[in-house]
Design a protein around this ligand. Structure first.
Ligand code: NDP
Ligand code: OXD
Length: 314
């Protein structure tokens, strides 16, 4: 009985070593090397090549090495076994750090001061909005969105959230569904996007959504932070809104094509911050432990946790 590691873009040896230490009795095999396909009971995947998980007759479960699972559902030859995703405090904390950092960059006008420093300019117009006067809207109130919302509230931001199903979260203003989206956007100065990529959410960050954001807020116009998935955003609409000034800035961690191609306008746009899909990296130390615990659970006849629903796509 073996665990197959199937990943692209990550250092597989780090994962192999970590899994082997956690599961010493289980052979850890790697896609691309010779292995016995009949012995594979478990797969841990991050962006495995489409079709590469066929012909595994004893496969019992697939583990996403990340919180997102859209890359799994993009494989039309994916075996129909239960799929579990990562829910882990290490990953959640990393994402909240990213969200808080970039909300503060906008609140405290840090990009302006970095520019001023490069120009040797000592300039202060005494216009420093309080966090409580800035409305942050968190799209997605799952594991990541809820934690980020709570930490933004600790800083003092005026936070609301939006999700598919209605939510009652202590102290948080919530909106849900298509019917709640307009009101949610209308009270949003900084939009933080943490929804999964599904057929319902593909392209959701488009011209219409951006036009619905608050224009008269304390930051002088709306900002976008997308750490969900690149497929959520329509790149041309974001660039057009930035150029028109209806969007004041965007921090983007995720892109339709990754690595971001050299000719993407995002690289050079003065009001865009690009990070290389690392807002909440899956750290082998933490994430392999979560998956090893899941395997032990299955081996003990206990149910798998954090199973995703293929019908919903997350
Ligand atoms: P969860 O599944 O816990 O939460 C997803 C949230 O999105 C839920 O609140 C869900 O609503 C909401 N949602 C889903 N579809 C819709 C919709 N159509 N309309 C409105 N709301 C919707 O996911 P996580 O919080 O753990 O992760 C979110 C995403 O973050 C991942 O899918 C992944 O794409 C991304 N991510 C990015 C990382 C990075 O490094 N950039 C790292 C980790 C994750 P409901 O509560 O009603 O179900
Ligand atoms: C994830 C990611 O889904 O890293 O965890 O994007």
């Amino acid at each position: 009985m073996s665990l197959l590691l199937a990943m692209t873009g990550w250092h597989v040896e780090d994962w192999r070593a970590r899994f082997q230490a956690l599961l010493p009795e289980m052979p850890i095999v790697v896609l691309g090397e010779p292995f016995d396909r009949r012995a594979v009971h478990y797969v841990a995947s991050w962006k495995h090549p489409v079709g590469s998980l066929t012909g595994l007759p004893n496969l019992a479960a697939i583990f996403s090495l990340g919180a997102g699972v859209d890359f799994l559902f993009a494989d039309d030859k994916l075996p129909t076994v239960p799929i579990a995703r990562v829910v882990d405090p290490d990953l959640t904390t990393r994402m909240s750090e990213y969200v808080v950092l970039h909300c503060l960059m906008y609140l405290r006008q840090q990009y302006r001061y970095l520019r001023q420093q490069r120009e040797g300019l000592w300039e202060d117009d005494r216009n420093q909005p309080a966090a409580r006067s800035v409305r942050v809207g968190v799209m997605g109130l799952g594991e990541l969105g809820r934690d980020a919302a709570r930490k933004l509230q600790v800083i003092g931001f005026d936070v609301a959230g939006w999700s598919r199903s209605p939510k009652a979260i202590d102290g948080l203003t919530t909106f849900s569904g298509e019917e709640g989206l307009k009101a949610f956007l209308a009270r949003t100065d900084i939009l933080v996007c943490l929804v999964p990529l599904t057929p319902d959410t593909r392209g959701i960050i488009n011209a219409e959504l951006i036009a619905g954001l608050a224009q008269g807020g304390r930051l002088g116009g709306p900002f976008l932070i997308n750490a969900g998935r690149g497929g959520l955003q329509v790149a041309a609409d974001i660039v057009a809104a930035l150029d028109a000034g209806t969007l004041r800035g965007a921090t983007l961690d995720v892109f339709e094509t990754e690595p971001l191609p050299p000719d993407s306008p995002f690289w050079r746009h003065p009001n865009v911050t690009v990070t290389p899909h690392n807002s909440a990296m899956s750290e082998p130390e933490a994430i392999a432990s979560v998956i090893a615990a899941q395997i032990r659970r299955l081996e003990a006849g206990e149910p798998l946790q954090n199973v995703v629903d293929p019908a919903r796509g997350y």
